[in-house]
Write a protein that binds this ligand. Structure first.
Ligand SMILES: *Cc1c(COP(=O)(O)O)cnc(C)c1O
Length: 464
């Protein structure tokens, strides 16, 4: 499989290089040159497969040429064995034709484990083969950091630096990162906000000279194609468990950076009958405003009870825009340049194409808490605030009750007890494997909001 940049002016890469790259050199994002497409009878033949075998069917074409089949099979089996539920991604029914797909059974209790547990294994294999050592650098408002650390902690050939805003992530989230103690893991608490952290990561990727040309930086955020790829699998899994592909399914996806929902779009492009994809956002609703008004307009960041969706711009949206513009890199390059300094609309017929598939809805904090409470009263089931946004959005904009509506359950409620308590409910207990989290030793480096200081620290640790 070959990968091309959405801005049309970077070299084509194979999977190995896409895995080890962040942004393309032209500032675009890598996407498969050609997506596999499956006829219904083939998808139907996957119905009986357990999760890791279905994952092999879906993932294999994307890594062909880089990861041998037998290696991939073992990797996928090991990855999903580590999940707490034997179904890996179990479905829970809330109401008539209304479901939650529980994607929080992995080690850090959020859906990012699906991709990052596999990512660590892929990275380890590729680096071992190449005899290379790399540096992972990422910024986190909570979930990405812990999932990346858990996913990559066993990698022999990486040093991991995760930046988070000091005192601005929840204690569970901080401890999920800081209690993983290893010589190659560095949690940096920056005396600034999440944007500051993200800015430092961006600048470091842009100019990596602080690593003396001896190491390269690898991205773990959802601009990395390997993450999107792993997330396609559970759309197939949910559909096949609900009568697909002979019955359509709809999905509602709590989204920030448009990574998770883009994976759903890809599943549909690959032949899975999906009736509707609901873009569910919090107050940071740039995607909802774009879909409803055809205006891409940045607004200041709001801090919400669903912090993993607190974004100003939505980086993976570029991948959808690329398809909506008939995969013309030059148009995307022009569009993205325009977007960086003014508000943007797209042609009406392109927007119409998007609206055939996508609907959207924005849910504020009050409505999020009301939904958590309402669903708990109706069913006894406790939603985390991100998932609650998905459920609420689905209830508002679903097109038909004849098709099952599946909301992606992106996190376990224990990670976001603030919202649960504000909904007037009792926060749940930590699951068994984490019950001693508050007693574990922590390792954390507090640094100033200063790029130089952070880069000096990293160089010192990398060349220790
Ligand atoms: C990361 C995250 C999201 C948003 O995912 P995107 O890929 O940015 O759309 C939603 N919910 C939770 C709990 C997350 O951790």
């Amino acid at each position: 499989m070959k990968y091309i940049s959405t801005r049309g002016n970077a070299p084509e890469l194979g999977f190995e290089d896409v895995l080890l790259t962040g942004l393309a050199s032209d500032g675009g994002l890598y996407v498969p040159k050609q997506l596999p497409h499956y006829p219904l009878h083939e998808i139907r033949s996957w119905r009986e497969l357990p999760y890791h075998e279905l994952a092999f069917k879906v993932v294999q074409p994307f890594v062909a040429g880089a990861i041998p089949d037998d290696v991939l099979k073992v990797m996928l089996q090991e990855t999903y064995q580590g999940f707490a539920h034997t179904a890996v991604a179990p479905l829970t029914q809330l109401d008539h034709n209304e479901y939650v797909l529980e994607l929080f059974q992995g080690p850090t209790l959020a859906f990012k484990d699906f991709a990052l547990q596999l990512f660590g294994r892929l990275l380890d294999y590729v680096l071992e083969k190449r005899g290379e050592r790399v540096v992972i650098m990422g910024a986190t408002s909570g979930d990405t950091g812990s999932a990346a650390i858990e996913g990559c902690k066993r990698c022999q050939n990486v040093d991991i630096f995760i930046l988070h805003p000091h005192n601005r992530v929840s204690e569970v989230q901080r401890r999920q990162m800081s209690t993983v103690i290893s010589d190659n893991i560095f949690n940096i608490a920056v005396e600034g906000n999440f944007d500051d952290c993200q800015q430092m990561v961006k600048q470091s990727f842009g100019d990596q000279s602080f690593l003396k040309d001896e190491r390269r930086l690898v991205a773990v955020n959802s601009i990395n194609w390997a993450r999107i790829m792993a997330q396609i699998v559970y759309y197939f899994y949910a559909s096949l468990n609900l009568g697909g592909p002979d019955r359509k399914v709809a999905f509602s996806v709590p989204t920030g950076n448009f990574g998770d929902i883009f994976a759903g779009y890809l599943a549909r492009q690959m032949g899975l009958p999906i009736e509707q994809l609901v873009i569910a956002t919090n107050q940071n609703d740039i995607l909802h405003r774009f879909m409803s008004q055809n205006l891409y307009k940045k607004e200041p960041l709001s801090h919400t009870l669903s912090p993993s969706m607190d974004i100003v711009v939505s980086s993976n949206f570029e991948r959808l825009l690329f398809d909506l513009h008939d995969r013309d890199g030059a148009s995307i390059k022009a569009l993205m340049e325009k977007m960086s300094h003014e508000d943007v609309s797209i042609e009406v017929d392109r927007m119409a194409k998007a609206r055939e598939i996508f609907d959207s809805f924005a849910v504020d904090d009050d409505l999020t808490c009301q939904t958590i409470k309402q669903v708990y009263q109706e069913t006894g089931y406790l939603l985390d605030p991100h998932t609650a946004i998905g459920v609420k959005a689905a209830r508002e904009v679903r097109r038909t009750f004849a098709v099952p509506m599946v909301t992606l359950g992106t996190a376990h409620p224990v990670k976001f007890s603030d919202a649960i308590e504000r909904a007037g409910l009792q926060a749940p207990e930590l699951p068994g494997h984490m019950s001693d989290l508050f007693r574990r030793e922590e390792r954390l480096f507090v640094l100033g909001n200063n790029l130089q200081e952070v880069q000096n620290f990293m160089a010192e640790k990398v060349f220790r």
